[in-house]
Design a protein. Structure first.
Length: 127
């Protein structure tokens, strides 16, 4: 995955941020929404593109309105897109079936026996 070409392919839309902030927030468009078109991207290989399409769909979006600066929100939104793509591209390792060792099995049974004994000793004696 070529992160630099992906960052260059991200389109941005800006709007007014929600929440408090007074005149600054009401007059400036600091909220940034990043939009990445997966199907048209040249920064992904075919296998990566297929994985991203199945996990995230044809368009990936991320918004940021954490900071007062439009530039900083733009960077945050782009980072969020890249993080989503990294997570979608990652191939999970195959699980290898294992079985518990003899010592682990004995330890488990010993713990169960001890726990049962503790509970047995708590019972009230009927006279």
């Amino acid at each position: 995955m070529d992160v630099e070409s992906i960052r260059s392919e991200i389109a941005f839309r800006f709007s007014r941020s929600s929440g408090p902030g007074g005149q600054h927030a009401q007059k400036t468009s600091t909220r940034a929404e990043a939009i990445f078109d997966v199907a048209e991207s040249s920064g992904l290989t075919e296998a990566e593109r297929a994985r991203v399409l199945t996990k995230l769909g044809p368009v990936v979006r991320a918004a940021a309105q954490d900071e007062r600066s439009q530039l900083r929100n733009r960077e945050l939104a782009a980072d969020r897109i890249v993080d989503q793509l990294r997570a979608a591209v990652r191939v999970p390792r195959k699980r290898r079936a294992t079985k518990p060792t003899v010592a682990a099995r004995e330890q488990r049974l010993d713990d169960k026996r001890r726990r049962g004994e503790t509970k047995r000793l708590r019972r009230t004696v009927d006279e």
